[in-house]
Design a protein around this ligand. Structure first.
Ligand code: E4P
Length: 220
């Protein structure tokens, strides 16, 4: 399973990239707005920090403008993945950009029917938002199960399921059990994956016992 980080904060991305656990980055207009920085500059900087796909979202809603914006974003770096909304115009843009071998992430997916269209439009990734579905009393993870099951039926569907709007580690584990290809995680959720109180407790005991030996391991 690949892990993307869902942020436009370059300090966070740099820090997480150094762990070697990061396979890519997703941004959206709200995350970019939070930085207060220029969008294209931020995208260029992020593309230099990670080798994997960096999703950068168009902000137009009509096909012609989305396509032009997509070309602008794709020209920033070879690892840019143009993010388009799951609308008919977005799908048409996805089809056109994919035909030019530009990576596309179709975002704001909330139903299996929408995910089928994203695959037919040649999307590199489809982003179902699990947390936002949970928020309105629907079952976000059931949508992931449905999409994974449907995509497995068709060899021609090469779109990867990118689990988005992830709120906690349980979402990540559930998505992994279902075989989702990617999860995009807020930085704090990515860090939480490594945490367990018994790990901290066990480590404290080991270090205390080790200190009693008076030894140290020579550094190579
Ligand atoms: C994905 O690409 C989106 O940026 C993101 O996961 C949305 O998450 P939210 O529902 O926490 O805003």
């Amino acid at each position: 399973m690949k892990f993307f980080v869902d942020t436009a904060d370059t300090a966070e991305i740099r820090d997480l990239a150094e762990t070697g656990l990061l396979d890519g980055v997703t941004t959206n207009p709200s995350l970019v707005a939070k930085t207060g920085r220029k969008f294209l500059t931020v995208v260029e900087e992020i593309c230099g920090l990670v080798a994997g796909p960096v999703s950068a979202e168009v902000t137009a809603t009509d096909f012609a403008t989305m396509l032009r914006e997509g070309h602008t974003l794709a020209a920033i770096a070879p690892n840019v993945c143009v993010k388009v909304p799951l609308t008919l115009a977005g799908l048409k843009t996805c089809k056109a950009l994919s035909a030019e071998n530009i990576k596309v992430n179709v975002t704001l997916c909330f139903s299996a029917a929408q995910a089928i269209l994203a695959a037919k439009a040649g999307a590199t990734f489809v982003s179902p938002f699990v947390g936002r579905l949970d928020d309105i009393g629907e079952d976000g993870m059931q949508l992931i199960a449905d999409i994974v099951q449907i995509y497995r039926q068709y060899e021609t569907f090469t779109t990867e399921v990118l689990v988005a709007s992830v709120r906690h580690p349980i979402h990540v584990v559930a998505a992994a059990k279902l075989g989702a290809h990617v999860a995009t995680l807020p930085p704090d959720v990515l860090r939480k994956l490594a945490l367990h109180p018994l790990t901290d407790k066990g480590l404290a005991t080991f270090l205390a016992d080790w200190a009693k030996t008076g030894q140290s391991i020579p550094q190579a």
